[in-house]
Design a protein around this ligand. Sequence first.
Ligand code: GLN
Length: 600
Amino acid sequence: MDGERTLSSLSDISDETEFYTPMPAGYERGQCRYVVVFGTVMSGLGKGIFSSSLAKVLQDKGLTVAPIKLEGYLNRDSGTLNPYRHGEVFVLDDGMECDMDLGTYERMLNQNLTRLNFSTSGQIFSRVLDKERRGGYLGRDVQMIPHVTGEVKSRLRELAVTTGADVVFVEIGGTVGDVENAYFIEAIRELAFEEGPGSVCNVALTYIVEPAMLGEQKSKPAQLNLKALMAAGIHPHVIGCRARHPATKKVREKIAMYSNVPMERVFSMHDCDSVYVIPEMLRGAGIDTAVLSILGLTDRADDKLEEVARSEWNDYITRFRETTHPVTIGVIGKYTSLRDSYASIIQAIEHAGVHWGAKVRMVWIDSTDLTDDNVADQLKPVDGVIVPGGFGVRGVDGKLACIRHAREEKIPYLGLCYGFQIAVIEYARNVCGMDDASSTEIDADSLYPVIDILPEQKEIEGLGGNMRLGGHDVVLSPGSIISDLYGQAETIRLRFRHRYEVDPAYIERIEASGLVFSGRAPAHPIMQVLELPRKVHPFFVGTQAHPELTSRPLDPEPMFVELVRAAMVRSGVADPKPTGSLPRGQRRSNGRHNEKAATS
Ligand code: GLN
């Protein structure tokens, strides 16, 4: 009894508390709701696609949505990650290098995201450690709970305040049971408690196995993993069953029974022909109305807005399904064994293909296998070629051989970043007579280093944090192909991720031989777009940027659109016609890209 009195009187005289809930300025509890998507059973289920589709169906109803991906790894961003292992590095307009899922969110929501939409454990821990050094924990020992989890909640609330979102969509990386993601799950448990009932909707994505030797769906792995999620204090409100075929009633019943989630909230999320079909699949299954009612947001939904958004989107899907004309585009790369490393290129090609009604088949050609002798053979099946971004020496000779062949044989060509730089090298070598021309990235002793490190980057050493990153304006030459593709725009905005550039000392000599630099940075002599005039080549364009990152289903990227058009012409269609109602270039010339460029 005495002991108890002592304890309580101690806590009465001290202002120490076990709670740690930093609230960003302006945050009001109850304004914003949260949908949290958890993965179970295994990774690679398409959590980002699911979560972005769900965000889209609420956005279609007029709600403001803000997604955030929480990654368990300790890297501060994805800049130093190998795309072989992790998929492409997606770059946001503000220069954040992040997970490829952010690309899915941008495309699905047709919305530019920022660094607030992406957090890694590296970022969370950095903040905690910095704060500790500044004395921010008032003499406390800094712990996973409540301090690290507090930082996670803080990130979510900051996003809510900054974006004024009705709903923040949280995608937790990895799967339940991963050590590195456990504290994210804990943070969500705390968040739900602090925000109060009805403010957090937990969505579990699970996987229904279908072993070939049984020929039927089994739900046991899903059940066990949902149990693990519940043991972590998270009770799912909605369950999405990823499966090859529609999840059977029996399987859904078992899952409902083991998780106390009513049958009408256990949805089948089976494979389908395009990721863009998923929003409609969710709507059809009623997940949108379920989530709105769980979060008490039914009143905020606007049916009229939804109708318009839905018909625009469904028009895209109809046109996607009706693509007929076969076209083959070759992608020459280093990481060709893993399609994830070219995710945005695949998407940009799909958007452009739908624009023309072309069924684009992509062939992947490993640049290390390409030589001057076999290039004609290897490129025989293709109607157009892309040399995508890349780093280092490996495969460069194959890319040079490919670009030369495409240029000489008039095969439509699009060079992206490294594909732009290597096109400059190829031209310098084979047209301008600079035999040994190269990039200092490839050959530090080249006599003609036509591609060299950016002057402002020269002093900075080491990998990570020393690239020219993010959105930059590109001033287009009037009358050029690129300006024509962008509806005669004077300035456009593209995203960049590079360390090297065309050395301005060689520009005059290269241009004198016929290659045109038609897009440049406004303030520095940085070459950003190259082209060969139409009378010389049907389509030969390269850009220092990554235009694939800003292609959207309803707003395809003009360079890809033109590549596919030129490829169709090569394959025998005399005059391709767009399938959609909007003339090419209209969206962009009137739309956000140029607005953004004009204001920045
Ligand atoms: N390696 C080149 C550079 O650093 C190109 C980079 C890229 O393709 N993203 O400039």
